[in-house]
Ligand binder design. Structure first.
Ligand code: FE2
Length: 98
């Protein structure tokens, strides 16, 4: 629950930015992997955090090409946050079982 804001605020920012650039934010979510155990759930979380990090790195490169430095900085902040989430999840998995 503590990470909900960390995940929601960037999504809100990106949706607003897409609208500001004349686009329409998608309402289609990525598929969510099913998990039979807590460990499998955390492994799916780790994969999602790593994907979010890579996606944000790619978007930051695109923003740089666009010349939108404010957007670059925002996206780099998202890269930092998502990679921190991935690191934290990796640490939990490494110490498993708790
Ligand atoms: Fe995250």
């Amino acid at each position: 629950m503590a990470e909900v804001a960390d995940e929601q605020l960037p999504a809100q920012f990106l949706a607003n930015k897409i609208v500001a650039l004349g686009g329409e934010p998608t309402t289609q979510l990525r598929p969510v992997a099913t998990a039979r155990t807590n460990r499998e759930m955390l492994e799916a979380v780790l994969a999602a955090e790593q994907q979010a990090t890579q996606d944000s790195i790619e978007r930051a490169k695109q923003a740089e090409e666009l010349g939108d430095k404010g957007l670059v900085v925002q996206l780099e902040d998202i890269v930092r946050d998502e990679s921190n989430h991935a690191d934290e999840t990796e640490r939990i998995l490494r110490d498993w079982p708790l």
